[in-house]
Design a protein around this ligand. Sequence first.
Ligand SMILES: C[S@@+](CC[C@H](N)C(=O)[O-])C[C@H]1O[C@@H](n2cnc3c(N)ncnc32)[C@H](O)[C@@H]1O
Length: 207
Amino acid sequence: MRKIILRGIFYDLFIEILLNRTKERIARFIAQNNLFPALDICCGTGKQCQLLEKRRQGTIGLDLDLKMLKYASSKYPQITFVCADAAHIPFRNESFKAVIISYSLHDKNPEMRIKIIQEAKRLLTPEGKIVFLDFENPWNRLSGLGSAFTWLIERTAGGEHYKNNRQFLKNGGLQGIIRSHGLHTVERHNIPLGNSRIVIAKSEDIF
Ligand SMILES: C[S@@+](CC[C@H](N)C(=O)[O-])C[C@H]1O[C@@H](n2cnc3c(N)ncnc32)[C@H](O)[C@@H]1O
């Protein structure tokens, strides 16, 4: 337990601080468009859930890592966290108006990515939106600089995570995901220094 709390604290101190503005932006978009209830798939330390919950009630965080969820829940006891596999999410079809998938595709293998997106589509109401935040291939000099920084972080994570990220970028990053899953981009916001993008997408599929 102590080790996982340290991991949570480390993530909060060094990663969440860098991501805070971007996650605020996502929360603002969801609140302004009244996209509640919302589900944050692979929610990690729960920060995105908290930024949403402070605007309006109705966010659930889901992650497979029970210890990380206990850490999230200790910080945000008012939020519901569910421990489950993102490939088999225990909610009915069309349960959410927003599904967030933030930095949780690049680290997964291709089969897992497909399952997560299929689940996200299944869970969305017809007017619902998927909010992606993840890495892209660099598109200008600033994002090229960002890519060097994010490469270093990903290299430190190592192993399967690093290998999956290389494959994710080789397949076109977030844009590759949008293309290959028949999703329709509604809005996108560049984060050059993070070599990342927020992509808000709609699914054309009906379940
Ligand atoms: C890189 S972190 C991203 C955390 C958070 N979304 C963020 O933006 O900071 C990836 C998360 O995916 C979770 N995860 C990995 N495999 C999973 C699975 N099969 N189902 C649900 N969560 C999973 C991990 O526990 C971890 O919290």
